[in-house]
Ligand binder design. Structure first.
Ligand SMILES: [Zn+2]
Ligand SMILES: [Zn+2]
Length: 392
């Protein structure tokens, strides 16, 4: 009974902060900042946490816009992760303005659970999810080493407690050819653009014979200067994704072979670089997902389970989930037809439904913190599943 009463209290605490949370979210939404440049967002979020009794460390892991805010002491150490970077060109098309306000809202409300049962709540600010895998860098620098639990909620088109996210790595490619007059002396040129186009053709052929859950996609960032000059240089960026690390390694080699083949065929020289950051696949901690599901359902939301093989991307939360029992649920803020990373999703992230999603997700996270702090058994169960290597 005490647990239910406390859950009602953390919920009302979030309602009491409704105006501040929605203002904070809309302010970040209308000031979109790209990865590692989220100066205003980091400042506003840490200010809010500080005003609400959290101790603040800014610039952790040698990343100026990363932060750690803490309340309470001892175990369990429960972290709620915040993302606040925007996308180039479109702004907050992934709704990270909501992720971070969900995190600070849940963190502040969780103080009630910490005061009652002990333990620590951390809000960890993790920059540059979209472009640079900030959490992967922070994981390497030890940011998640002493945690018992890590959670965050992402806005989307469904209410879920689990997320399928693929392992992925970026590849930058360049071909170096030789310029010549495209009509007067074509035989003197080596066409770097053709090498790039052949690579696309080879990858398209390869795509027929890869696992249906894997993904390969890319863009051309340089395709030549003028139509009457044989392109001496071409460049592109590609992303290779797979359900597990072993298949990602296999696929990376196959994709690379497409470029090597095109270089041989065209005579252009290939230069390539795999990104240092690699996104790990998401391991969903099912005991945590069950607690979150019950709490979301108590708020009148219906949790659905993503179909295996249904469309999904990658998240650097995957890297955290390899180290700590984690969940990365989704809260519905837009209709199913709306694509994430689209201008329509930018509007959704600032809509009434967006704010409702913010409040519900923050409540469900804070209620899950109540469950975890109230009973050491719940934490032990999550850890046991993690150590046994299960989870999906
Ligand atoms: Zn996102
Ligand atoms: Zn995104």
């Amino acid at each position: 009974m005490e647990i239910e009463k406390l859950k009602a209290q953390v919920s009302s605490e979030i309602d009491a902060h409704h105006n501040q949370l929605s203002e904070l979210s809309l302010k970040i939404h209308s000031n979109p900042e790209l990865g590692f440049h989220e100066v205003k967002a980091a400042e506003w979020l840490t200010r809010y946490l500080k005003e609400n009794g959290f101790s603040i460390e800014r610039g952790i892991c040698e990343l100026p816009t990363a932060f750690k805010a803490g309340y309470g002491k001892g175990r369990p150490v429960i972290a709620i992760l915040a993302e606040y970077d925007a996308l180039p060109g479109v702004g907050h098309a992934c709704g990270h303005n909501l992720i971070c306000t969900i995190a600070v809202g849940a963190g502040v409300a969780s103080r009630l659970a910490i005061d009652q049962f002990g333990g620590s709540i951390l809000v960890i600010g993790t920059p540059a999810e979209e472009l640079y895998g900030g959490k992967a860098i922070m994981a390497e620098r030890g940011a998640f080493n002493n945690l018992d639990i890590a959670m965050m909620v992402h806005p989307g088109i469904r209410d879920t407690a689990t997320t399928h996210a693929l392992a992925c790595q970026n590849l930058e490619v360049e071909f170096l050819g030789k310029a010549a007059h495209a009509a007067a002396r074509p035989e003197a040129g080596i066409n770097a653009l053709e090498a790039m186009l052949q690579s696309f053709a080879a990858i398209n052929s390869l795509r027929q014979h890869i696992k249906s859950t894997a993904r390969i996609h890319g863009i051309i960032t340089d395709g030549g200067e003028a139509a009457n000059v044989v392109p001496a240089h071409s460049a592109g960026i590609f992303i290779v994704r797979a359900e597990d690390d072993a298949y990602l390694d296999e696929l990376k080699q196959k994709v690379l072979n497409c470029f090597i083949g095109a270089a041989t065929a065209s005579g252009a020289q290939l230069k390539y670089k795999w990104d240092e950051v690699r996104y790990a696949p998401m391991r969903n901690n099912l005991p945590l997902a069950r607690l979150f599901t019950e709490n979301m359902q108590s708020l009148g939301r219906k949790i659905t389970f993503p179909r295996p093989g249904s469309g999904f991307g990658s998240t650097d939360m995957g890297n955290v989930s390899q180290l700590v029992p984690s969940i990365h649920p989704s809260v519905a803020i837009a209709k199913k037809e709306i694509a994430i990373h689209s201008p329509q999703f930018v509007s959704a992230a600032a809509s009434k439904a967006g704010i409702k999603g913010l409040l519900d997700a923050a409540k469900a996270l804070a209620m899950t913190v109540v469950d975890l702090t109230a009973s050491p058994k719940t934490v032990a169960k999550a850890k046991k599943e993690f150590e046994q290597g299960s989870g999906s």
